[in-house]
Design a protein. Structure first.
Length: 154
């Protein structure tokens, strides 16, 4: 009889299931294992806000014929001439009636005060056709205003 036969059976370490010790920092040599998205389970609510812009959910694909068109926003055509000379000229359309106008102006913009802060004072140019303010210029004085056919109308 041998001494090993008398001892009760005890599992040997090479036969037992090996459980690695927990560590707070992962080893750089080990690659982290990722779960597949279908197997992943959220354990806590993520309360952080994403820095990526949220994409709107598409409820249905719209074709070009079904898309809503926005109404055209009013715009004003302008062309400045002789900017570096003492008397400058500007060709523009009236904001209200789209009448073509050419104006001559002179001087640097006038500085005023608005709510205690420096501000540029605009010179209003009246339309000869509809008598409303056609444009506001940053000039000291408007010398002349003449109605012309608009160069931008077809």
């Amino acid at each position: 009889m041998t001494p090993s036969d008398d001892l009760p059976s005890v599992e040997q370490p090479d036969q037992a299931e090996v459980i690695p010790p927990l560590s707070s920092k992962s080893n750089a040599a080990e690659k982290p294992q990722y779960l597949e998205k279908s197997k992943a389970k959220r354990t806590s609510a993520d309360k952080r806000k994403s820095k990526l812009p949220q994409q709107p959910k598409q409820q249905g694909q719209l074709t070009k014929s079904e898309e809503e068109e926005l109404p055209p926003s009013p715009c004003q055509h302008m062309q400045f001439l002789d900017c570096n000379s003492e008397v400058g000229r500007v060709i523009f359309e009236c904001y209200h009636c789209q009448q073509g106008i050419i104006s001559e102006y002179t001087g640097e913009p006038v500085m005023g005060e608005y709510k205690g802060r420096p501000s540029v004072i605009f010179t209003k140019v009246k339309c000869p056709n509809c008598e409303q303010t056609a444009i506001r210029l940053q000039a000291r004085e408007v010398l002349s205003t003449t109605a012309i056919p608009s160069p931008w109308q077809q």
